[in-house]
Write a protein that binds this ligand. Structure first.
Ligand SMILES: [Zn+2]
Length: 164
């Protein structure tokens, strides 16, 4: 008890001005975003969107993992998604460390052997982005009418740039 008090208190303030009650779960702007868990990224605001507009799937690196693909298929067929943006970012820890370097950092923190745990680092962000865009575009359950774009997000300017 108490470990989350500050956040629970902040939530009460949030709920006082809450206007999304009874709102459906459809992506009202028809947008889905796959991006990194990085705390510098604000996926809605960076695209001029607001809560209710988009489906957001995040993981370390912003890769189109199996789980991301599950989310995108559901988004397209059930939740109104018509455009998909895949958005890795500059200065991403997943792309600037080797698998071993991340393991060493976690070993230092945990005091345990981490050699058995994979973090799926990204050797070449642009090549991986291209692969991910293709993976979504060619998925049998993603219709051709759905637009898929691969973008880089620049954490020091806030700009996105379309690569694919
Ligand atoms: Zn990242």
């Amino acid at each position: 008890m108490g470990d989350f008090d500050d956040l629970i208190a902040a939530n009460k303030g949030f709920a006082e001005h809450f206007e999304l009650g009874g709102f459906d779960g459809v992506a009202h702007a028809g947008v889905a975003v796959v991006t990194c868990m990085d705390s510098r990224i604000d996926p809605l605001r960076m695209l001029g969107l607001v809560p209710g507009d988009a489906k957001i799937f995040r993981n370390p690196g912003g890769r189109v993992s199996e789980q991301a693909m599950e989310a995108l298929v559901l988004g397209v067929h059930i939740l109104g998604v018509e455009r998909i943006l895949i958005v890795p970012h500059t200065r991403c820890a997943m792309a600037s460390n080797t698998e071993r370097e991340l393991q060493v950092q976690v070993e230092k923190s945990s005091g345990q052997d981490v050699s058995w745990h994979r973090f799926h680092v990204i050797a070449d962000q642009i090549a991986s982005l291209q692969e991910d865009v293709k993976r979504v575009q060619t998925h049998p359950l993603i219709p051709e009418s759905v637009k898929v774009g691969g973008f880089m997000y620049y954490v020091d300017t806030g700009l996105i740039e379309q690569k694919f």
